[in-house]
Design a protein around this ligand. Sequence first.
Ligand SMILES: CC(C)(COP(=O)(O)OP(=O)(O)OC[C@H]1O[C@@H](n2cnc3c(N)ncnc32)[C@H](O)[C@@H]1OP(=O)(O)O)[C@@H](O)C(=O)NCCC(=O)NCCS
Length: 243
Amino acid sequence: MADFYKDNFDSDIMHRNVFKLYLKGDSGGEKKIASLLKRHSVDSVFCFSDFLAKNIFALENLKFNFLSIRNTYKLAGSGYTARSTQKLDDRFKVLQYSKDKPKISKPDILRFARIIGATSRYFHDSAIPKIYAERLYVRWIENSLKGYADECFMVMRGGRLAGLITLKIKEAAGYIDLIGVGENYQGIGLGGVLASRSIEYFKSKNIKNIFVVTEGENLQANIFYQKNGFITQNVELVYHKHF
Ligand SMILES: CC(C)(COP(=O)(O)OP(=O)(O)OC[C@H]1O[C@@H](n2cnc3c(N)ncnc32)[C@H](O)[C@@H]1OP(=O)(O)O)[C@@H](O)C(=O)NCCC(=O)NCCS
């Protein structure tokens, strides 16, 4: 089955008609995909495919570039176990965006767009100008703070952003949308604190399952989610094609 639609957010920023193509199970093969592409005015396609030889050959024949593997992790009900790295020193303040309304500066937003975006498919694709990849993450964070996210938690240190997590709720499931920790503060438990506050938040909303998507090659993030009790739920191949 193929799901194919224009992504207005990406299109807007990249000044191109960007489409997303999801291949769930058997895509129907090369001809089916080619006919989908022909029916629209397509400049770029970002494709996420199940791991299936038929899809792989079809996409390769159509000159899609294999860019990445993305893992969807799920944390179910009681899967989370709080870890010892959860005590931060007093200079760090953990804030809930909807209640504490901290002011996040533009340079902090740009810094975090770079930290979070660096491992993403947008930054890995040499055909996408860095300025667009960066802008995409800047806008994503800005929109999250303006209400696209249902909640955000941040760790502040001396008025500067040291860690950020943005959360969404869709159809009674929780999603970690963006997560990043300042380069100087990684590996000392900030991510763990953000994850545990998020899990508490979802629990308070009666949400049992929490999902997060990350690139397979982002070992740091994969280790982080696994250590926090998340289990791989789905693996997809990521392809880009530009016309
Ligand atoms: C992934 C990330 C959010 C984790 O936050 P963090 O504050 O560094 O994580 P914690 O300190 O709570 O560490 C938890 C575990 O993650 C792993 N980890 C964290 N930093 C690591 C690093 N630099 N290298 C390898 N593993 C690391 C460790 O295994 C650690 O376990 P430990 O406490 O037993 O040593 C953070 O490293 C980050 O911002 N990375 C860049 C942005 C990113 O990749 N975002 C995710 C996109 S989906």
